[in-house]
Design a binder for this molecule. Sequence first.
Ligand code: HEC
Length: 151
Amino acid sequence: MKRVAALLTALLLAAPVAAQAPDGAALYKRCAACHLPSGAGVPGAFPPLQTDFVTLAGKPDGRRYLALVVIKGIAGPLTIDGKAYRSAMPAQSMLDDAGIAAVLNHVGSTIAKAGSGFRAFTPAEVAAARKSGEGLTAANVGALHATVGGK
Ligand code: HEC
């Protein structure tokens, strides 16, 4: 009996205590279907997740915009890295705030290679963007792009 109890205690202690952070690289696979695994995109159809992303991730209103793109989706017309986009990205509503932070961090660090200046997104930052953008449509998010310094 004592040994069984000890075994049970050992098993309980081995169980994970906190939920694991979502795997941004795994979540990026759904983005890669359009933006490609490299993030290079397809000119005129799917924008690259590179220079523009890095610029926008460097300022608060740009970061809010990036979170809103994933939360709400985005519809053009848009100009990104000098190319016109007039398509639409569906809201990634299967992702919660922690998943969105994780996938944006994977894009920033590994896809766009923003370097050591890149500040990680937190679930709280994504939650704040979600709250402040409650009434926005995908087209509203598209119109934000130029106003937050997207090029
Ligand atoms: C079904 C295709 C599709 C999927 C899946 C998709 N996107 Fe998009 N994404 C687009 C399109 C299209 C646009 C540009 C909208 C337009 O043409 O008006 C865009 C725009 C963006 C932008 C704006 C880029 C900029 O420089 O302003 C970001 C950021 C972005 N997507 C990130 C993501 C992330 C992260 C994921 C995965 C969680 C994702 N996308 C999944 C098609 C997609």
